[in-house]
Design a protein around this ligand. Structure first.
Ligand code: HEM
Length: 422
């Protein structure tokens, strides 16, 4: 089915919640277009016990309303990110354990989380992002020069632009040699496949081995930076470790692994899905091209409309009753950011893409203590990428016969490729 025909969402008839099937974020229909499903469940069963996200769980609580999601994200007493604290539950797959049982700040609760976040913030400052602006611009122009040098009027916006830009930025930021970039792409994909859904045993094993290879590689980089520190993030993080022996080797490893994954795949999807929205709405494309000062607002609308992270996880730490439903300690909770960002209570005609929209802030970067630490970098990269693409390709269009496919995933949402002409 073509992308354009998938975009219309008829208004849902009221449905008896008992008649609704268990929501399953991995069903092919939801993967192809989750938004009609979000509307149906938000209207009829906004707090819903649906299919499990992890195979060792009996199910998961799904939340679809903006307000519920915001409240849960601010309630650190009943909900946490650390699976181990919920006692009953712990993801069983090996790669999930390898990433989440380590010390990555996204999977820690207070007080550990606060300590890790404040240490990492010392190295990952707003000044670091500001200093990167000319370089991000230079990389963007360079990638477009390469596309134009090919002499064809067609290219894949993901393979040729949206992927190489963030991976170059994040590997350079961390101080990882550029020649290892392609290897990082493969590693990142394998790890993502192993952590975000119930992987097959082969995928699980592959992801586990990949994490081990990545850790081995990173350990060598840490040693190198200890001997020859640079101005990169890893050198700064290593220095923080040595000054107060506060950031342990394990914390360094899991947090750098997390930064690589979090800082790359999501930004690829922001740029590519954001461009898809513009290409599907030529009037908006034109408006932004004529007035590039709208780009900041346009980027927020892209984050809202096609949220790169569709859902995030929490664990129930303490029994809690919400609107008559009892959530039990140890149960898994899926907060559907993509659904909250299309909640008609907060966004008028939420399925309309409008770069001038000025309503509630979107929740694409989450809310509360785990609010995305890389959001200034992601916004900067997204802004430069979109403005540069529009300036250099004023006649950009989707390839007429393009059949667009979304990657299989229940956490992040993005296209496999995006063929365009100029
Ligand atoms: C469009 C791009 C991005 C999106 C949509 C995004 C989204 C998110 C979301 C939703 C969370 C919160 C998870 C939760 O509450 O459980 C998060 C956390 C985080 N993100 Fe991002 N992210 C993006 C880019 C980046 C980049 C570029 C980096 C770093 C280079 C980054 C680093 C982090 C870190 C370290 C956390 C954990 C923060 C904490 O737990 O305190 N992200 N991100």
């Amino acid at each position: 089915m073509s992308q354009r025909s998938m975009e219309s969402h008829p208004v849902e008839e009221a449905t008896d919640p008992a008649q609704l099937e268990k929501f399953n974020p991995l069903s092919p229909a939801v993967q192809a277009n989750p938004y009609p499903f979000y509307h149906r469940y938000r209207s009829n069963a906004p707090i819903h016990w649906g299919a499990p996200v992890f195979s060792n769980q009996p199910g998961s609580w799904y939340f679809f309303r903006y307000m519920d999601i915001a409240q849960i994200l601010r309630d650190n007493k009943h909900f946490g990110s650390d699976a181990k604290r919920s006692q009953i539950a712990a993801p069983t797959s090996e790669p999930v354990k390898a990433v989440t049982s380590g010390a990555a700040l996204a999977f820690r609760d207070e007080p550990d989380h606060k300590r890790l976040r404040s240490l990492m913030s010392k190295a990952f400052t707003p000044q670091v992002v500001t200093a990167l602006i000319p370089h991000i611009q230079e990389i963007s122009e360079g990638l477009i020069d390469q596309i134009q040098a090919k002499g064809s009027k067609r290219f894949d916006l993901i393979q040729d632009f949206a992927f190489p830009l963030p991976i170059t930025v994040i590997t350079e930021l961390l101080g990882i040699p550029t020649q290892d970039r392609e290897e990082f792409r493969a590693w990142s994909h394998t790890i993502m496949a192993g952590i975000e859904r119930s992987p097959s045993s082969e995928e699980g094993l592959q992801a586990k081995e990949t994490i081990q290879s990545l850790h081995q590689y990173l350990r060598a980089i840490f040693n190198e930076k200890r001997q020859h520190p640079g101005s990169d993030l890893v050198s700064k993080l290593v220095a923080i470790e040595e000054q107060g022996s506060k950031l342990t080797e394990e914390e360094l490893l899991t947090n750098c692994t997390f930064l690589l994954i979090a800082g790359h795949e999501t930004t690829v999807h922001l740029i590519s899905s954001g461009m898809l929205a513009l290409l599907n709405h030529p009037d908006q494309f034109q408006k932004l091209r004529e007035d590039p000062t709208l780009s900041e607002n346009a980027l927020e609308e892209m984050l809202r409309y096609y949220s790169p992270v569709q859902s995030i996880s929490r664990w129930v730490l303490k029994d809690v009753k919400i609107e008559g439903k009892t959530l039990r300690k140890g149960q898994h909770v899926s907060l559907m950011l993509g659904a909250g960002n299309r909640d008609p209570e907060f966004f008028e005609e939420p399925d309309r893409f409008d770069i001038l929209r000025q309503e509630a802030p979107n929740i694409a970067f989450s809310i509360g203590i785990h609010f995305c630490m890389g959001s200034p970098l992601a916004r900067t990269e997204g802004d430069i990428a979109i403005r540069t693409l529009l300036r250099r390709f004023p006649n950009l269009q989707l390839e007429p016969e393009a059949v667009l496919e979304w990657q299989d995933s229940q956490t992040v949402r993005g296209l496999k490729d995006l063929p365009v002409t100029y």
